[in-house]
Design a protein around this ligand. Structure first.
Ligand SMILES: Cc1cc2nc3c(=O)[nH]c(=O)nc-3n(C[C@H](O)[C@H](O)[C@H](O)COP(=O)(O)O)c2cc1C
Length: 211
């Protein structure tokens, strides 16, 4: 085999080994700031190198508030989701890790995010979730505390080191945070997420999760 072929195969093998990271944009409000934050997070994740990155924007997904009668936990693939939700469901299903980008609304996270979470169950199970939040003085930390609680119920594993951007309206310019340390903090979050993504992926493959 030629040297170039060996190098190409190694690159392809490494590419296959990358964990699939889904970044969820939680806010759907008109004039929202969420996409600015999620674009920057996606940039950091691509630069990290450990992930194949997909951004799912809930504003582009049909996420009704009214749920079907059955439970998504027990209905499995038969759960009757709207056609406009397929991209979200497929992304969650195929993900090895998640970053949820959330603002803070009334000391919690947006209803759009709760609906998207509630339409699914097994898609979150035994997978790691990290949080990037933004808001006023608390930087969205109240929203993250609530999300940690909810995602634990779904057997997800929440990552300790999150990124919180207080008073984002004066702390961001030209699509990025002013704080020069922010990329370093993002790397710590992504390193932890990558570790958990690999560990949990191997564990899920070895033994079915006892949920
Ligand atoms: C309904 C509503 C409630 C809010 N409540 C809070 C809050 O409790 N704490 C906070 O820090 N910011 C709060 N904010 C300000 C948001 O953090 C800010 O508007 C942010 O831009 C919202 O994210 P988005 O632009 O992506 O929708 C609230 C905003 C809205 C629309």
């Amino acid at each position: 085999m030629e040297k170039n072929t060996v190098a190409k195969n190694t690159v392809e093998k490494n590419a296959v080994k990358k964990n699939k990271l889904v970044i969820v944009v939680g806010s759907v409000r008109e004039g929202r700031f969420g996409p600015v934050v999620s674009s920057w997070v996606a940039e950091q994740a691509a630069a990290h190198g450990g992930f194949e990155v997909e951004v799912v924007d809930l504003a582009e997904v049909d996420v009704p508030l009214a749920l079907p009668a059955a439970s998504p936990k027990f209905a499995g693939a038969d759960y009757p989701r709207p056609a406009g939700m397929a991209r979200l469901t497929e992304a969650l299903e195929g993900a090895d890790a998640f970053v949820i980008v959330t603002p803070e609304y009334n000391h919690s996270y947006p209803a759009s995010l709760k609906a998207a979470i509630d339409w699914h169950f097994t898609q979150w199970t035994a997978k790691p979730v990290a949080f990037v939040s933004y808001g006023g003085a608390a930087g969205g930390r109240h929203a993250v505390l609530h999300l940690e609680n909810v995602l634990t119920e779904l057997h997800a594993v929440t990552i300790r080191d999150g990124l919180a951007f207080p008073n984002y309206f004066t702390a961001w310019a030209d699509g990025r945070p002013d704080d020069p340390q922010a990329p370093g903090y993002a790397k710590v979050l992504l390193d932890q997420l990558s570790w958990w993504a690999g560990a949990l992926k191997a564990a899920r493959a070895a033994v079915p999760y006892p949920a």
